[in-house]
Design a protein around this ligand. Structure first.
Ligand SMILES: NC(=O)c1ccc[n+]([C@@H]2O[C@H](COP(=O)([O-])OP(=O)(O)OC[C@H]3O[C@@H](n4cnc5c(N)ncnc54)[C@H](O)[C@@H]3O)[C@@H](O)[C@H]2O)c1
Length: 250
């Protein structure tokens, strides 16, 4: 039990990487709050995990974020780990991307981490420690066609992680992120289904990953378990790439 007695919030937990992270945290002994903008989805997801609590919240709304943190502290009797995982993909280059979509991407994928961070900081400071984990992306490490806002937001997540890590180190509040390659989740399956030839597109995406194709949510959840645990007590400000080797070569 690597997270025994820890209390955690995971956002974007109705599906995909967030749901699998919540499952793995619970298996490792953590008490978890699953949060998502999809209230029905997150209630169903939490129902699958013994002892889990669902609290619906939109990470672009400071009032809902504050209520999520207060509700989790009350429901769990404390809070040690906050996983910023909620995210959306807005596809398009600067020529085609609507300004409202650019702003929405930044708000959901990047500003949300500032928002949750400032809300949870006083609690972590008062208790003398805490862990913040962020889902970045390999799209924040490299440029990609048609991913202007997503790539910029995820690059921002990586450097915001470092800045928060430095600011929190004295407490210590440890702040780290993971950069996943393509992971088989509803987000990626919807993207592939939207391509002209979904089967060929899936084969192309699989071929990008030297370790044998697209990853699974559990590949990322395993990284979050490690970074959340006391085994990682001397790790802060890092961006852990978990991508089946995609970014290893040229
Ligand atoms: N799947 C991949 O290949 C991949 C790769 C790199 C990074 N990521 C990142 O991983 C994270 C999870 O992605 P996923 O693939 O599991 O996607 P997903 O679409 O399956 O899950 C994302 C969840 O976030 C929720 N969400 C969206 N907007 C929200 C908001 N405003 N407030 C609260 N919740 C909101 C959605 O309802 C959904 O349940 C995202 O940050 C994504 O950018 C995914």
């Amino acid at each position: 039990m690597r997270l025994k007695g820890k209390k955690a919030i995971i956002t974007g937990a109705a599906t995909g990487i967030g749901l699998e992270t919540a499952r793995r945290f619970a298996e490792e002994g953590a008490q978890v709050v699953l949060s998502d903008i999809d209230s029905a989805g997150v209630a169903a997801a939490a129902g699958e995990i013994t002892g889990a609590i669902a609290i619906a919240a939109d990470v672009t709304d400071q009032g809902q974020v504050d209520a999520l943190i207060a509700g989790a502290i009350e429901g769990l009797g404390g809070l040690d780990i906050f996983v910023n995982n909620a995210g959306i993909p807005m596809l398009g280059g600067v020529e085609s991307l609507a300004e409202a979509d650019w702003d929405r991407e930044m708000d959901v994928n990047l500003k949300s981490i500032y928002r949750t961070g400032r809300a949870v900081w006083p609690h972590f400071k008062a208790q003398g420690g805490g862990v913040i984990l962020n889902t970045a992306s390999i799209a924040g490490l490299r440029g990609s066609a048609g991913q202007a806002s997503y790539g910029a937001a995820k690059a921002g997540v990586i450097n915001l992680t470092r800045c928060m890590a430095i600011d929190g180190a004295q407490v210590p509040i440890r702040v780290n992120c993971i950069c996943p390659g393509f992971i088989e989740t509803p987000m990626v399956l919807a993207y592939l289904e939207g391509q002209d030839d979904p089967v060929a597109s899936r084969a192309e995406v699989d071929a990008l990953h030297p370790l044998g194709g697209i990853g699974r949510p559990g590949d990322i959840a395993a990284g979050f378990v490690y970074l959340a645990s006391d085994e990682a007590s001397w790790i802060t400000g890092t961006a852990l790439t978990i991508d089946g080797g995609l970014t290893a070569g040229i």
